[in-house]
Design a binder for this molecule. Structure first.
Ligand SMILES: *[C@@H]1O[C@H](CO)[C@@H](O)[C@H](O)[C@H]1NC(C)=O
Ligand SMILES: *[C@@H]1O[C@H](CO)[C@@H](O)[C@H](O)[C@H]1NC(C)=O
Ligand SMILES: *[C@@H]1O[C@H](CO)[C@@H](O)[C@H](O)[C@H]1NC(C)=O
Ligand SMILES: *[C@@H]1O[C@H](CO)[C@@H](O)[C@H](O)[C@H]1NC(C)=O
Ligand SMILES: *[C@@H]1O[C@H](CO)[C@@H](O)[C@H](O)[C@H]1NC(C)=O
Length: 432
């Protein structure tokens, strides 16, 4: 969902506080995105491979890209020359220096618009935002408010369709789809109360997909009633689904009623992240502007009482309130050394681990005008001050990173942003 509001603000940059060194992450295929792993007792760890099977190895023998090398020695020997050292780590300077380094030590380039395939590309599918995630060997793209150029009569309308990716970050696979709502992803549960006049339809504002295990992922939706002639809508609450890989499209399965009522914060609408044993949910709210929750990556995601939230102002105190907090809560939130202690993220964004920086990264847009980045050694902060990526690129909204497609250890990554039209894709390159 998207509403235009442009507010004039001044961003001042505060000095980056020293960051602690981070825990070890495993990246067996050397693609710069950490693999899904668990640490075992006895000095071994197990990681999920992209083909859906698990591998166990001695952590003392770990090095990035080890799997690519041990299983495909010849291919790796020829292809690794293309990449800088997969272990290369770039250390960012403070945000003011970073701004001066734009175009030398790092760069950002508009590389084109996100494409679809087949009929929906011919009819120019567009919308508000497209997020990506990975489950098994499939990239899952799920988008917001999608229709073809010319309106809903051309190829239908979907508030939240999902598709599989192709081998290119620039192209989503919509082959064989003629009406975009054929790929509706999260749907209402059979028992959810039906829209009441003047609202006529359900709406599902959807998070990215995060992996639970080799066969199942999780995603969240903020369910609303919409479709009123007066433009009004009604908040309903948080939905959570199990995600599986259907033959033609990703499948989202509700297991029961909404997790919360309409007053709760909207879980994971900024982004969600799988890291270690947890699913982390990033939501707009709280004193700093972002509230982080976490829940065991298991069927615990379906119980509101299992979620813990980081206490506001603390660096590592997790509280389990027994319920999902209200949107107006001031008790929870992450910290940033940004000016005023506030993140300038308005609505949607991305959170991912970048191996080149050896940091977790938040990307988000402020006031549809500035795309910013924050970095941290942990998924929950404390976060740096903001690093400006894009300044005044037309209208930008819902900046969505696509790290699944980084092939150079995270030295470059792509993100896309809308809204209401084509998705502009940008490539960020670091050379620190
Ligand atoms: C998955 O890939 C690994 C490493 O390439 C290989 O050893 C394993 O047999 C594969 N598993 C399946 C089910 O294909
Ligand atoms: C898109 O998916 C179809 C299967 O639904 C597959 O046959 C086709 O090769 C895919 N296209 C691309 C460009 O990946
Ligand atoms: C995978 O995760 C799903 C969702 O939490 C769960 O229902 C299922 O039992 C898990 N499968 C395995 C093999 O652990
Ligand atoms: C959340 O807000 C609702 C409506 O204002 C209120 O009834 C409820 O007590 C609040 N819950 C918490 C945990 O503050
Ligand atoms: C960095 O430079 C590019 C032009 O190469 C520009 O589009 C972008 O807005 C700049 N970023 C910032 C934060 O000024």
């Amino acid at each position: 969902m998207h509403s235009h509001s442009l507010i004039l603000i001044l961003f001042s940059l505060s000095f980056l506080t020293a960051l602690a060194t981070s825990d070890k992450r495993y990246d067996l295929d050397g693609n710069g995105t950490p693999d899904l792993c668990t640490t075992n007792s006895g000095g071994t760890a197990s990681c999920l491979l992209s083909n859906g099977s698990w591998t166990t190895f001695e952590t003392s023998a770990y090095h990035s890209g080890m799997l690519a090398i041990s299983t495909k020695a010849t291919a790796a020997a020829t292809s690794s020359a293309k990449h800088a050292s997969p272990q290369a780590t770039g250390i960012l300077p403070d945000p003011a220096t970073f701004k001066r380094d734009n175009g030398t030590k790092w760069s950002i380039k508009y590389v084109g618009n996100l494409a679809f395939t087949d009929t929906l590309q011919a009819k120019r599918l567009e919308g508000d935002k497209c997020r990506s995630g990975k489950l098994g060997n499939k990239v899952i793209w799920n988008c917001g408010d999608m229709e073809c150029k010319g309106g809903w009569t051309v190829c239908g309308f979907s508030m939240g369709p999902a598709f599989y990716g192709t081998s290119s970050v620039m192209t989503v696979n919509t082959t064989g789809i003629s009406l975009v709502q054929a790929n509706d992803f999260i749907k209402p549960w059979s028992g959810d109360p039906k829209p009441v006049s003047p609202q006529t339809a359900f709406g599902m504002d959807t998070s990215n997909v995060a992996v639970i295990n080799s066969t199942h992922g999780v995603a969240y939706a903020w369910e609303i009633w919409r479709g009123a002639s007066d433009g009004s809508f009604g908040n309903r609450g948080n939905a959570v689904v199990s995600v599986t890989l259907g033959a033609q499209k990703p499948i989202a399965t509700r297991r029961g009623p909404l997790l919360t009522g309409p007053h709760a914060l909207a879980l994971g609408m900024l982004a969600i992240l799988r890291d270690g044993d947890f699913i982390y949910t990033y939501s707009i709210g709280g004193p700093s502007g972002i509230i982080i929750g976490r829940v065991k990556a298991s069927d615990a995601v379906f119980s509101a009482s299992e979620y813990a939230f980081l206490k506001a102002g603390s660096e590592s105190t997790w509280v389990t309130p027994g319920t999902i907090p209200n949107a107006t809560t001031t008790a929870y939130g992450m910290t940033t050394s940004n000016s005023g202690g506030k993140f300038s993220c308005n609505v949607y964004g991305s959170v991912f681990f970048n191996a080149y920086l050896n940091r977790y990264v938040i990307i988000c847009t402020a006031f549809e005008h500035f795309t910013n980045m924050y970095i941290s050694s942990t998924p929950w902060g404390p976060w740096s001050a903001e690093y400006g990526l894009l300044n005044g690129w037309g209208v930008g909204y819902g900046s969505m990173a696509h790290p699944e497609y980084s092939t150079d250890g995270g030295k470059t990554f792509h993100f896309s942003q809308g809204p209401d039209s084509v998705f502009n894709v940008f490539k960020v390159s670091f050379d620190f």
